[in-house]
Design a protein around this ligand. Sequence first.
Ligand code: GSH
Length: 252
Amino acid sequence: MTTEEDSVILYGVPLSQPVRAVIWTLLLKDQDFELVMINPGSKGEMGSRNPDYLRKSPSGTIPCIEERATGFVLSEAHAILCYLSRKNGWDDLYPTNIRIRAKIDSYLHYHHRGARDASLGLFAPRVRKDLNIPEVMQTISITLLTRAIKLLDSAWLSESPFLTGHGMTIADIAAYVEIGQLHHRFTNLFDFGPYPNVSKWLDRMALVEHHDNVHASLQALGNLAEKSPTIDDIKDANKMGYALINEVLRRS
Ligand SMILES: N[C@@H](CCC(=O)N[C@@H](CS)C(=O)NCC(=O)O)C(=O)O
């Protein structure tokens, strides 16, 4: 366990994909943190569009971290993962070899108009109905996502068990929280049958420590292929995930 001085506040909810990436990384590295629930898109007191939160995260998105010792705040999941890895010397998750690191960065940049579209095209239309995502946007996102899955299968994962080599890095964590949510073990919104390398990688990632703890809220939503969750289902899933993560932190 790291010292009190290293402790961070993490703003977000466990059903958010980029928030899960940060939670998973922090738990894997046994780094102390406090999860403060911030509701994405809400202007309410604990909402990501509330002026108090916008002062920390001007884009109004989760995740965002705040360092207790320095008051330093940072949003954008990938920037957070890189920053924490550099600061804490998590060289297994973000190797110092400049070419491996550059490959990880390459994936992290690519992700935003690739795997991230899993959320815009398939997850959010069922879970964030308030966003009224237009059909045409959903269609474009599904095309971009499918292209990304094909690319992962035929290139990134064709010769190695993880995206950038033999060890799991923050690139795999960032990718999995998006792509993995669609697997039949969770929402069942995408058929991975035609993609054997991605399928094996999904199974490999599901064995990584804390996978189940981090994904408990998603698991609670169940299969979304036929039925969308209610607002109460979503709130309950987030609350349950939050309680479980706090329990894991208490035990460590
Ligand atoms: N590029 C950002 C995306 C973050 C993001 O889109 N978060 C969503 C929740 S999954 C959010 O905060 N949405 C609220 C809003 O846009 O109002 C990151 O990776 O951190």
